[in-house]
Design a binder for this molecule. Structure first.
Ligand SMILES: [Zn+2]
Length: 459
């Protein structure tokens, strides 16, 4: 039963099959790769006792090259692996052509499926034969430098496929391993501030705030709110030969030519605050911090801003002014915030209706009872579904923004530790995320159910 030892496995462990009976298998192993628990790992794979004979690296290499070359084109195992690799390439290409951000491979009792995340929701596109799936998982793990014998614990890895950086996460589930791949290093062509969803006037104010030579720009929102895209589009716009831009990110989602991007690595102590400390000795103009999570990072961001740098970052809060309260809670003085923050932005992504939409009459019950509607008549649309929108009823997404420019007057209010932010927004005629979401429904761009979570959180 030599065929359990595939080309990938043989090269991965640098082992050569010698002979085998019902109880045991004898293998040559590269002495430089030999480790104590290797036979335990291999026993899991072969399901029987493993006898290892150590030999030199060159001998193993010669044997492997010969064996797998001579069987090229006829070895069924090798062919199967090629088919699997082709299938993987096909899936990646399909995901990228659909502009999908994540690919899910899942195994259940009777089937395995492949789903893609499109515009924030998952759609199922394929099934993989269950017998092929185990081998498929091994190929992904080998390509991502993961331990193929570890099937009981979650593992994280990275790989490059079809020219894209891909983050790989494997977790054990009831019927086998589930894999999620996140496509990184996507095309930067779509990173255009004009296309994200800003109103004309909002964009003008935002641009004024981010083009200052110093200060802090904060974008808030939950995971999947598109805040990273806004950050990258902003950096792309600011990027020029006269400026030194440095970033610390987790993960690096887009690669921007001319920007010095660094990957966060907390395991070796490369945290946001440590990176920021080093950046300040690298003569930066603009610094992008993936996220502000604690007092240390926020204090350093403030210091960087006070010493003449522009700092862009994200923070997990629900509203633009909520960001200010969060920083105050972290222990930052309102005075310093008022001196440094240029603009605070909150955002959400909303799916846009496809042209196949159909009209419905206004119904109070379509909206949360707690939300104070500004209008209760007329009509809007609901989703239908057609081939073009993969039967989801939606096509593409746009961001909605709540944008608060921190000028002197607001800075004074903030420094007085005002807590009634709602009053500030009203007084300044700033539209909240909920107002924006409701407007989009009434314009027929999206549905009440799509914005329900935004409305229910309205202050
Ligand atoms: Zn449609």
């Amino acid at each position: 039963m030599e065929n359990i030892l595939t080309k990938e496995l043989a090269w991965f462990y640098r082992i050569v099959h010698v002979k085998e009976d019902d109880d045991s298998v004898e293998l040559l192993v590269d002495e430089s790769k030999f480790k104590e628990d290797l036979s335990i790992e291999l026993e899991i794979i072969f399901g029987k006792r493993v006898i290892l004979k150590k030999v030199g690296s060159s001998e193993v290499e010669r044997e492997l090259t010969q064996r797998f070359r001579s069987s090229r084109g006829k070895g069924t195992e090798e062919k199967k692996n090629e088919v699997q690799s082709d299938l993987l390439s096909e899936v990646i290409e399909e995901a990228i052509s659909l502009k999908s951000s994540d690919i899910h491979f899942e195994i259940y009792e009777d089937y395995t499926r492949v789903r893609y995340r499109l515009d924030g929701v998952l759609i199922q596109k394929r099934r993989i034969e269950k017998e092929l799936y185990l081998e498929f998982v091994n190929i992904i793990k080998i390509k991502s430098n993961l331990d193929i014998t570890e099937k009981r614990l979650p593992q994280d890895g990275r790989t490059k496929l079809e020219g894209y950086d891909i983050r790989v996460s494997v977790i054990p589930t009831q019927f086998g391993e589930k894999i999620v791949m996140r496509v990184l290093g996507k095309s930067t062509d779509s990173l255009d501030l004009n296309m994200l969803g800003f109103d004309k006037d909002e964009l003008k104010r935002y641009l004024e705030a981010v083009q200052k030579s110093n200060g802090i720009v904060l974008i808030s929102g939950p995971t999947g709110s598109g805040k990273t895209t806004t950050l990258y589009a902003t950096l792309k716009m600011l990027n020029s030969v006269e400026k030194n831009i440095m970033t610390i990110e987790d993960p690096i989602e887009y690669v921007l030519d001319g920007v010095n991007q660094m990957q966060l690595n907390e395991d070796i102590g490369l945290t946001f605050s440590n990176a920021l400390r080093s950046f300040l000795r690298q003569d930066p103009d603009i610094i992008m911090l993936g996220e502000i999570r604690d007092k240390e990072t926020s204090s350093m961001a403030i210091r960087a801003s006070l010493t003449g740098h522009l700092v862009l970052s994200t923070i997990h809060t629900n509203s633009a002014l909520g960001t200010i309260s969060r920083l105050v809670e972290m222990g930052i003085s309102p005075f310093l915030l008022s001196e440094t923050i240029n603009v605070t932005l909150a955002q959400r992504l909303v799916r846009k209706l496809c042209d196949c939409k159909s009209k419905v009459a206004f119904n109070r019950n379509h909206f949360p009872s707690t939300y104070n509607l500004s209008c209760e008549t007329g009509s809007y649309f609901k989703e239908v579904g057609c081939k073009k929108c993969h039967y989801t009823g939606f096509s593409g997404r746009r961001a909605i923004y709540e944008i608060v420019i921190v000028d002197r007057e607001l800075a004074i209010e903030i420094s007085k530790e005002t807590n009634d932010f709602n009053k500030i927004l009203k007084k300044r005629n700033i539209k909240t995320l909920a107002d924006k979401a409701f407007d989009l429904v009434m314009k027929g761009e999206t549905t009440p159910s799509e914005v329900y979570p935004i409305l229910i959180n309205a202050i």
